[in-house]
Design a protein around this ligand. Sequence first.
Ligand SMILES: Nc1ncnc2c1ncn2[C@@H]1O[C@H](COP(=O)(O)OP(=O)(O)OP(=O)(O)O)[C@@H](O)[C@H]1O
Ligand SMILES: Cc1cn([C@H]2C[C@H](O)[C@@H](COP(=O)(O)O)O2)c(=O)[nH]c1=O
Length: 219
Amino acid sequence: MSDGLFLTLEGIDGAGKSSHLDAMEALFKARGRTVVRTREPGGTPLAEILRGLILEQPMDPLTESLLVFAARRDHVVRVIEPALARGDVVLCDRFTDATFAYQGAGRDFDTQVLSTLEQWVQGGRGAAGLLQPHVTLWFDLAPEIAAQRLAGARLPDKFESQPVEFFRRVAAGYAARAVADAPRFVRIDASQTRDQVWQQVETALVARGALAPESGAAR
Ligand SMILES: Nc1ncnc2c1ncn2[C@@H]1O[C@H](COP(=O)(O)OP(=O)(O)OP(=O)(O)O)[C@@H](O)[C@H]1O
Ligand SMILES: Cc1cn([C@H]2C[C@H](O)[C@@H](COP(=O)(O)O)O2)c(=O)[nH]c1=O
C-alpha cells in the first residue's frame, strides 16, 4: 500500500478554508511531496459540470444528494484513488462530511440514505473499507461572522444565498460529524486572524504526523 495522504478541509461557506490552500500546498511541496489540489463538488470535467448544476439549479434534496455523490464517484475513481496509490498528497476542499452537513443537517435529508450512498461511492475496496480522509480540518465559525465575511466578497450561489438558520443547522451537522469521528477531525477556531488560523493549521498537521516525509497521517 502507498503512503498517500488524503486531507480535507470543511466548514460552512465563508469559514476561511480556501484562504489557506496555497500555503498548505507549499508546505507539502517543500517536503518533496507531490500535491493534488482538488475540490468537491468537482475535481474532474464531469464533476465540474455537475457542480454547476448543484450550485445553481433548484432541486429537491434527494436529487441534490444523488448529484453530489455522482460527482464524488467520478472524482474518487479518476483522481483521488489514483493519486493516493501514487503516494501523493490529496488536498481536497470539501468531501463527504459536507454532504452530511449540507444535505443531511442543512436540508434535513435522511442520513441513512446518505450513508448508503457513501458505502456505494467510497466502498468496494475489500479489507481497506470505506475511503475516508486521513485528516479533516474543520474550520468552525459562527454563521453570522461567516456571512459578514462573505458580504460583498462575491456573487452568492444557491447555498451562500441561504438564511443564517440554514448555516446554523449545517454547522451543527459538522459538529456532529466531528464527534462521531473524533480521531479524524481537527477543529480549527476560524474566528481568529488569518495568521492565527494558519498557525492552528500548521500545528494540526504536525501533530497528526501529516508533515513527516513520505508518510500517511497517523490515525
Ligand atoms: N481569519 C480571517 N479573518 C477575516 N477574514 C477572513 C479570514 N479568513 C478568510 N477571510 C475572508 O473571508 C472570506 C471567505 O474566505 P474563504 O473564501 O477562504 O472561505 P471558504 O471557507 O473557502 O468559503 P467557501 O466555502 O464559501 O468557498 C474571504 O473574503 C476571505 O478573504
Ligand atoms: C461537497 C459538497 C458541497 N456542498 C456545497 C457547499 C458549498 O456551499 C458548495 C461548494 O462551494 P465552495 O465555494 O467550493 O465551498 O457546495 C454541498 O451542499 N454538499 C456537498 O457534498
